[in-house]
Write a protein of this length. Structure first.
Length: 140
């Protein structure tokens, strides 16, 4: 009996809809991050490039400080970075873009249409070192 190896129309359609992704180390390898699955997010290349334009290989505390200095941060909100588990990071990263135009474009690619809180949630769930978490503190 000969079994056909032709793909069905549904299989061909699904293949066309496949989104290319690449590995993002949530804790950069240069800061001691590993290939352990909890440290990896699979993200589209354009978003991955945009993240590194903005943040390079900064650690979670550096990213928090950068967010607190953004003009888009709502008045009366402070973002804090808390260690939640695993191994703390002592090293500092960098290598982010210094070009304002590149950073503005990367901001649009990553966060356009998101509220400030959604931006923080997205950062926590996709990009940030899993040993840390960003929280918004709202002043009354």
């Amino acid at each position: 009996m000969c079994l056909s190896k032709r793909k069905t129309k549904k299989e061909r359609t699904l293949k066309k809809q496949t989104i290319q992704t690449e590995r993002h180390h949530r804790r950069s390898v240069s800061l001691g991050g590993s290939d352990y699955p909890a440290n990896i997010s699979w993200v589209p290349p354009e978003l991955h490039r945009a993240w590194h334009v903005l943040n390079g290989d900064m650690n979670a505390k550096q990213i928090c400080n950068k967010i607190n200095s953004l003009p888009q941060k709502p008045e009366g909100v402070t973002v804090v970075c808390k260690f939640i588990n695993g191994t703390p990071v002592a090293l500092r990263g960098g290598h982010n873009s210094k070009s304002q135009a590149k950073c503005e474009n990367a901001e649009d690619i990553l966060f356009k249409g998101l509220t400030f809180q959604q931006r923080i949630d997205y950062t926590n769930n996709t990009w940030l070192d899993p040993s840390y978490h960003l929280y918004c503190i709202y002043k009354k």
